[in-house]
Design a protein around this ligand. Structure first.
Ligand code: NAG
Ligand code: NAG
Ligand code: NAG
Ligand code: NAG
Length: 501
């Protein structure tokens, strides 16, 4: 369920980031005892077996388990497209796959056990991945092929539960919790939010709390370096697995009577990277969020929400930017404009613009220019079939990007593939639908055809009958087109899948 919970968290973040960052229930007694006396934090990390992440994904994608079992029995070979996507989903679910970054090998490694006398499993795996991933493949196929390389070259698939590193968003949540638990002062938060990490006792305890929450430190067993290795998937550092770092950290901890300080100083044993430390960037963001909460203002929608996306700036105009230039009833009218609704529904457009005209003075030239540009962007992609799906976007940023996109590529500006699977699923279906229905010769057939693609369900009897009766004369190519698509996605017949290697 972790995956579904994860999606839910993101969905909530989309509705209002205040919900996400609000202090949540944790096993910590509140208000907390002072300083290093705190033993517990919110343990946010998860352990999960590969089988469990598959199971959650099968539930999520409504793939019957007997098909998955059959795949497992066949050593995962010759997976059909939807089962390849299931493997990708399991990869996202357990943190070893990300459509943008690709394979996170520090994470996937923990699911496989090399043979004792095998010394070149790592090289073979790398070679296999280099070979199979070189061509232009879908994300599902890439994730599947990566997994297969590990399965066939690295070692046997373990059944044990393994450590899943927190996503950046989750790690920020842990940091916000820690800031609340430790009652970090505003002055200090101000400093941290600007990227300064002063060497003071409060900060030492903040690090300890963060490490506890992420599961890489434990009061009894101290640092867990296998997990630190996994956690730093951005900058894989085999040094974490060496003997040296272990003894260095151990002696630093022993040399400091204060546990928080020991933890803080032990970081000096960690591998040096040329990137800013993950923890620093997380604390910096979290400090900003915590400050916003204290000001009792709605939290500012901050950049780090989708940190790894390379932003392609298409059009800086965005309805929220326009609204920030005006006040009073005009601002209210502006903020109630939804780009998604404007794009999807021309009635809503008339209505809402009327509202805007009666509340905003025509003399507000920069404001109207801004609105005009934004509406221009909406208009540009009005015929893109994916437009219908924009309300499925989980974050406001993604909804906005969707509302001004004119094709699927442009979605990537604000919509992360791994977080916005419903949206991307819908867009794909609409695009296929659009290309099938485009050849309709009569409006009745067009309508019946569009109806088939409107929802994600398998078409019901009535829909199919209507399609048959309206499209069978002179539109039989449409029937073929739809049949092919529905078969690819709905058919649970393995024979069909085996034909495509
Ligand atoms: C460290 O983490 C690994 C991976 O989750 C786990 O197998 C191991 O038991 C942990 N070690 C300790 C001492 O907790
Ligand atoms: C709004 O933009 C359109 C082009 O998208 C332009 O023709 C029109 O003059 C603009 N109107 C105003 C008031 O700027
Ligand atoms: C999508 O739109 C962008 C920008 O308008 C364009 O460069 C790109 O070729 C388009 N992609 C497709 C698949 O149409
Ligand atoms: C089907 O197409 C043919 C010519 O291609 C035309 O003569 C006929 O009237 C069309 N039938 C219908 C029902 O549109």
């Amino acid at each position: 369920m972790g995956y579904l919970v994860g999606l839910l968290v993101i969905a909530l973040a989309g509705l209002t980031s205040a919900v996400l960052y609000a202090p949540r229930q944790s096993p910590v007694v509140y208000p907390p005892p002072q300083g290093s006396a705190i033993q517990e934090s919110y343990f946010a990390f998860q352990l999960k077996s590969f089988r469990r992440s598959l199971k959650e994904c099968a539930e999520y994608w409504e793939i019957p388990w007997y098909r998955v079992q059959k795949l497992i029995d066949n050593n995962f070979e010759h997976a059909s497209k939807d089962l390849q996507c299931l493997i990708r989903c399991a990869g996202v679910n357990s943190g070893w796959w990300d459509d943008l970054d690709g394979l996170r090998y520090t994470v996937i490694e923990s699911y496989f056990q090399p043979d004792e006398d095998d010394t070149c499993y790592a090289d073979r795996t790398k070679e296999c991945i280099d070979q199979r991933l070189s061509s232009c493949k879908t994300d599902c196929a890439k994730a599947y092929e990566s997994f297969m390389c590990y399965l066939q070259q690295y070692g046997s698939l373990k059944s044990s539960e393994e450590y899943i590193p927190l996503t950046r968003l989750e790690a920020i949540q842990v940091a916000v919790d820690c800031i609340n638990i430790l009652q970090v002062s505003d002055d200090l938060l101000n400093q941290i939010s600007q990227g300064e990490i002063p060497d003071v006792p409060e900060v030492h305890c903040l690090y300890r709390c963060q490490y506890l929450g992420e599961g890489v430190y434990d009061t009894q067993y101290r640092f867990n370096f296998s997990r630190l290795y996994i956690r730093h998937y951005d900058t894989p550092s085999p040094e974490f697995l060496g003997e040296e770092i272990y003894s260095c950290a151990q002696s630093t901890l022993e040399a400091n009577s204060d546990e928080c300080t020991g933890v803080f100083r032990a970081r000096e044993c960690f591998p040096v990277s040329d990137r800013p430390s993950r923890t620093v960037t997380i604390l910096t963001t979290a400090a900003g969020v915590a400050l916003d909460q204290k000001r009792c203002e709605p939290p500012i929608y901050r950049e780090p929400y989708l940190p790894e996306i390379p932003f392609i700036q298409i059009d800086p105009a965005d309805i929220f930017t326009c609204c920030s230039d005006v006040d009073g009833s005009c601002k209210v009218a502006c903020e109630s404009l939804s780009l998604v609704k404007l794009g999807a529904d021309s009635n809503a457009k008339g209505w809402k613009l009327h509202d805007l005209r009666s509340n905003c003075a025509p003399t507000l030239t920069p404001f109207w220019d801004c609105i005009n540009t934004t509406l221009g962007s909406v208009q540009r992609g009005i015929n893109w079939p994916g437009r219908l799906c924009c309300s499925l976007g989980m974050s406001p940023r993604c909804q906005n990007a969707c509302a001004i996109a004119a094709n699927q590529t442009e979605l990537a500006v604000g919509c992360r593939h791994s977080d916005e699977q419903r949206l991307y699923g819908c867009v794909q279906r609409q695009e296929v639908g659009d290309s099938c229905c485009a050849t309709a010769r009569t409006s009745e057939c067009l309508q019946a055809c569009k109806d088939i693609f409107r929802t994600n369900q398998t078409p019901n009897r009535q829909q199919r009958d209507l399609l048959q009766s309206t499209c069978s004369n002179n539109n039989s190519n449409i029937l073929l087109c739809i049949k092919e698509y529905i078969e690819v996605t709905e058919n649970t017949n393995l024979k069909h899948c085996k034909q495509t290697p």
